[in-house]
Design a protein around this ligand. Structure first.
Ligand SMILES: Nc1nc2c(c(=O)[nH]1)N[C@H]1C(S)=C(S)[C@@H](COP(=O)(O)OP(=O)(O)OC[C@H]3O[C@@H](n4cnc5c(=O)[nH]c(N)nc54)[C@H](O)[C@@H]3O)O[C@H]1N2
Ligand SMILES: Nc1nc2c(c(=O)[nH]1)N[C@H]1C(S)=C(S)[C@@H](COP(=O)(O)OP(=O)(O)OC[C@H]3O[C@@H](n4cnc5c(=O)[nH]c(N)nc54)[C@H](O)[C@@H]3O)O[C@H]1N2
Ligand code: SF4
Ligand SMILES: [Mo]
Length: 703
């Protein structure tokens, strides 16, 4: 056997890949194909997965780099010197300013082992819960939404549900470009003339995703929660509900019904800019469909009412009993390849491993025990979320900021504010694999990270399936896996025993203990089992039989709340944090292109991908273009209260009048730079703390 099986390190679909050397391993050229044995994706893959091995070798960071001040050049230093700098600064910061003067900002592109050791280092050894990840910008509204409705995180569905549903609702997701293999699975059903699957797509932009829709609703930005209330109203009034399920498995229905009746359809129709008839048509379709599956992503999560919007959608599933059975349920499509693993490992500032919370004493004590720290070592204080870390740096209370596997100088909102704040930070450390990251320009100490293909680890995809991702290439020069960097530092600052790991599999085995008897029980999923039996879904308690674990959560109608019942959540819709005004009359929304991955440190190296999406384009409706007197291909300025960028115009009737679109990918060091996040504001959902990265108000000025 001369191939390696792994999970694709790009999107949360988590396709199974097979890598085979083209000639010899030392050539470092690889043939990539889809793994037909993958239970999630059956051999399918998209162009990014197929070309991933072309990104791995060039432009890599090779040695640790250090400079005392940002205006100095970097000098190469050794790992020993790096650890000395880290140790000295971290210990003196703890002594002089307390552990909360240190914060780490990690990533859904970590392997679970990286995530886990980072939690132990920050929340255990250092004693601060200031660990947050880019998942805060990505999945935290889904996490909070699941917790509020069901009493626990955890997407309840599986990909097979796509094959069994009779109605699929795609809302705030451009599945065709961002989760292409799942989109193809839906498309395949739509192509079959004997299949009566109905598809609803809701998005202010008509995308490739809407090309398969029976109903495409061009909703006004930020009004989805209003629409859910409208649909709920119709379902209630027309008795299209599942009273049995409501009685047996839910709470607060009475209050919920009172709440939704405050809103009439006419008002909702005006706010959402969707006709009353269309709202009725889709509500009826939902109510009369046997199995309803909804898929959502950033169009719902990235809102100041992201959590409420997620709960609004879940409420519809609860009213109609569309959960816990084949072909139904509210399914959050995770963005990054291991955002799910991050949640399991406790990788946000309010979480601990095994779906636990820092605020819960029993949870803390259980983890302290597994970690080998005395009771009370983990702080009861919730840590700082992603943007709160930036604000704390600006205030001067965070003095050491450690960034790992994310590129915040492109992906954080309000970048001009972020840059000013970071210039005040005495020490910024960056674990990064590539030379291209914009964040290097703001770092003092850069640590070269071994990445996917060079280290062993596991990742969990959107359907709770865990895959072993073994190393199959030589590690890049002096780079080290993130978990190893964290563990070695843990030992240097005095916790030798706690961080004594021989291999990533030892880290993983310890992590598994934190999941025992939890909803996300993975205690039976050792490296060996995953190696022998392939990817497996959790829950997978010790002793489970491979490939026999249950595919869906909540099949018994019992939820992990105190009462065992799911909650109807009651929230008044509020809409956008920064609606258009006379000074900034248009809504700017930001998203992704099929051929590029986030800040392009990898995808910009592949010709096939850059050819597909060579530059950022400002999508604008022809009516808006006409009134602004701008033409196709013209370069215009886009201004918000916070910043200004330039981009080439693409006139299209596929975007809603009054809304414009830019992609997120081109940061300040790219040739076609278009630093969109210098325009965006950081106003966030008060529950999930996820910023509203999908909308701000702008004005377009012809050049
Ligand atoms: N090619 C590619 N694939 C990726 C990624 C990538 O960088 N490139 N990144 C991965 C990651 S981490 C993530 S999080 C996912 C993101 O996956 P998606 O969320 O599908 O992608 P986006 O393009 O960010 O946004 C999706 C859609 O939300 C719409 N939208 C904006 N505002 C609203 C609104 O108010 N209501 C509704 N209903 N829709 C709205 C936008 O018009 C856009 O079409 O993609 C993953 N997959
Ligand atoms: N306006 C707006 N802003 C957004 C979004 C949006 O829709 N609109 N989306 C948000 C979302 S959902 C996300 S997920 C973020 C994504 O934003 P980022 O996380 O900033 O994007 P990436 O380019 O994926 O950054 C990952 C970095 O890790 C490096 N890397 C890769 N592998 C490894 C490794 O193994 N170890 C280490 N240490 N480094 C590694 C890569 O080279 C890259 O620099 O952007 C967010 N920002
Ligand atoms: S769909 Fe996502 S996981 Fe699958 S190959 Fe493409 S990028 Fe990779
Ligand atoms: Mo994401």
């Amino acid at each position: 056997m001369n191939f390696t099986k792994s999970q694709c390190p790009y999107c949360g679909v988590g396709c199974g890949l097979k890598m085979k050397p083209k000639s010899s391993v030392s050539d470092d050229k690889w043939l990539v194909s889809g793994d037909r044995d993958s239970p999630s994706t059956q051999g399918k893959l998209c162009v990014k997965g197929a070309t991933v091995c072309e990104t791995l070798k060039d432009g890599r960071l090779k040695e640790p780099l250090y400079r005392e001040n940002l205006n100095e050049e970097f000098k190469e230093i050794s790992w020993d010197e790096s650890y000395e700098i880290l140790k000295e600064n971290i210990l003196s910061s703890i002594k002089n300013y307390g552990p909360n003067s240190i914060a780490m900002y990690g990533s859904g592109q970590f392997h679970t082992e990286d995530y886990y050791v980072a939690q132990k280092l920050l929340k255990g050894a250092i004693g601060t819960n200031n660990f947050d990840a880019n998942s805060r910008l990505c999945m935290s509204s889904a996490v909070a939404g699941y917790n509020r409705s069901f009493g626990s995180d955890g997407p309840p569905c599986c990909y097979e549900d796509i094959d069994h549903c009779s109605l699929i609702l795609l809302i705030g997701t451009n599945t065709a470009e961002c989760h292409p293999v799942l989109f193809d699975r839906i498309k395949k059903r739509k192509r079959n003339v004997n299949d009566n699957l109905k598809v609803i797509v809701i998005d202010p932009r008509e995308t490739e995703t809407s090309s398969i829709a029976d109903f495409y609703l061009q909703i006004s930005s930020g009004t989805d929660l209003f629409l859910f209330i409208g649909i709920a109203n119709y379902l209630y009034k027309n008795k299209l509900t599942n009273q049995n399920f409501i009685d047996k498995s839910t709470e607060s229905y009475f209050d919920f019904v009172k709440h939704i009746q405050k809103w009439d359809l006419k008002k909702i129709s005006e706010i959402c800019d969707i006709s009353e008839k269309t709202i009725i048509d889709i509500a009826k379709l939902w109510g009369e469909s046997k199995n309803v599956l909804s898929l959502w992503s950033m169009g719902l999560n990235q809102r100041q009412e992201g959590t409420a919007a997620v709960n609004g959608l879940i409420n519809l599933h609860l009213m109609t009993g569309q959960i816990g059975k084949e072909g139904s349920g509210p399914f959050s499509l995770t963005g990054q390849p291991n955002a799910m693993g991050g949640r399991e490992a406790g990788g946000l500032s309010h979480l601990l491993p095994g779906y636990r919370f820092v605020k819960n004493k029993i949870d803390r004590n259980e983890i302290e025990k597994i970690w080998g720290f005395p009771e009370g070592k983990i702080s009861a204080k919730q840590g700082l979320s992603a943007f709160e870390q930036i604000e704390a740096i600006k205030k001067g209370s965070v003095k050491i900021w450690w960034i790992a596997a994310t590129n915040p100088l492109v992906s954080m909102p309000n970048l001009n504010f972020v840059k000013k704040a970071l210039l005040k930070c005495p020490l910024i450390i960056l674990n990064e694999s590539y030379e291209q990251s914009e964040s290097i320009k703001y770092a003092h100490l850069v640590l070269p990270a071994a990445q996917w293909s060079e280290k062993d680890g596991v990742m969990t995809n959107s359907e709770r399936r865990v895959t072993l991702c073994p190393s199959f290439r030589e590690s890049n020069k002096n780079s080290k896996p993130d978990w190893q960097i964290f563990a070695e530092l843990g030992q240097k600052i005095g916790y030798f025993k706690q961080f004594e790991y021989e291999s990533s599999s030892e880290v993983y085995d310890e992590f598994l203990k934190t999941t025992t008897k939890r909803l996300c029980d993975m205690s039976g999923l050792s490296y060996q089992l995953l190696k022998n039996n392939g990817p497996q879904q959790w829950p997978y308690p010790k002793g489970s039989v491979p490939s026999k674990s249950s595919k869906r959560l909540y099949e018994d109608g019992f939820f992990p709340t105190e009462t065992g019942k799911a909650n109807f959540c009651i929230d008044d819709p509020i809409g956008l944090a920064e609606p258009p005004s006379d000074a900034y009359p248009l809504i700017l929304t930001i998203g992704r292109y099929l051929g590029q991955w986030h800040t392009m440190t990898r995808t910009s190296k592949v010709q096939k991908l850059t050819k597909k999406n060579p530059e950022p384009l400002l999508e604008i409706n022809s009516k808006d273009a006409l009134s602004l007197k701008i033409k196709n291909d013209e370069i215009v300025k886009i201004k918000s209260k916070r910043g200004e960028v330039q981009a080439k115009v693409q006139i299209t009737d596929k975007i809603k009048v009054g809304t414009v679109f830019l992609p997120m990918h081109w940061g300040f060091s790219q040739k076609n730079m278009c630093e969109v996040n210098s325009l965006m504001h950081e106003k966030s959902c008060p529950i999930s703390k996820q910023p509203e990265l999908k909308a701000c108000s702008v004005i377009i000025v012809p050049n």
